[in-house]
Design a protein around this ligand. Structure first.
Ligand SMILES: CC(C)(COP(=O)(O)OP(=O)(O)OC[C@H]1O[C@@H](n2cnc3c(N)ncnc32)[C@H](O)[C@@H]1OP(=O)(O)O)[C@@H](O)C(=O)NCCC(=O)NCCS
Length: 172
């Protein structure tokens, strides 16, 4: 997808937009903070270059149609509060997966609930998938709470590759 056609989503408080290289510091913070990454099994950023490479990879994958990846920003101040993304699109199974994270300072304010709502609407109304998956560590209570607020349903079987992960599904 060409950057000009990337979907900017808005809510009462938020503007969800594409990442740019200018977000390097925020992405570094999100992907290096041990607290934010407690339940996330992913390589951490240790240098500014890691963050720049990550942003470039994300934007390449957007162009290839493999992902939608939004910076969640506060419309009033333009501050980047977190990110939310869609990936693993499957036409065969009519589903995609959603991932999300917030800077510690922006947790506990209903920001992800607001962002996830507009992204879920985007999946069902614009992409027209019937199902959204989300996997989260069984100990990740904040993430589990978020999913339950939208009536995601926990699968009886955990993730095959990592039994510590619960799989949640929201069907339209
Ligand atoms: C998962 C995560 C995004 C959830 O963030 P969050 O801020 O708890 O989520 P919400 O936006 O739904 O906010 C809910 C909280 O805001 C409070 N809140 C305050 N104002 C609110 C409002 N206007 N509307 C709704 N909730 C509001 C709620 O009471 C709730 O607080 P509580 O958790 O103390 O009950 C966050 O914990 C996070 O980034 N974790 C690290 C990364 C991660 O694990 N990502 C998930 C990977 S699967």
């Amino acid at each position: 997808m060409h950057p000009a056609t990337f979907p900017i989503l808005t809510t009462e408080r938020l503007t969800l937009r594409q990442l740019s290289i200018d977000d390097e510091q925020a992405i570094f913070a999100l992907r290096s903070d041990p607290k934010i990454n407690t339940f996330l099994n992913r390589p951490l950023c240790t240098t500014a270059e890691d963050a720049i490479n990550f942003i470039n990879r994300v934007n390449d994958n957007i162009e290839k149609g493999n992902t939608y990846y939004w910076a969640i920003t506060l419309t009033d101040t333009k501050t980047l509060a977190g990110t939310i993304c869609l990936f693993d699109f499957s036409n065969e199974n009519n589903h995609c997966e959603m991932g999300y994270e917030l800077m510690t300072a922006f947790q506990g304010q209903g920001i992800m609930k607001e962002a996830a709502q507009v992204v879920i609407d985007f999946v069902f109304q614009t992409l027209k998938f019937r199902k959204i998956l989300a996997t989260t560590h069984y100990g990740n209570q904040h993430s589990t709470n978020l999913l339950l607020k939208f009536n995601f349903v926990k699968s009886l079987e955990p993730d095959k590759e990592n039994p510590d992960l619960n799989i949640f599904t929201l069907t339209q």
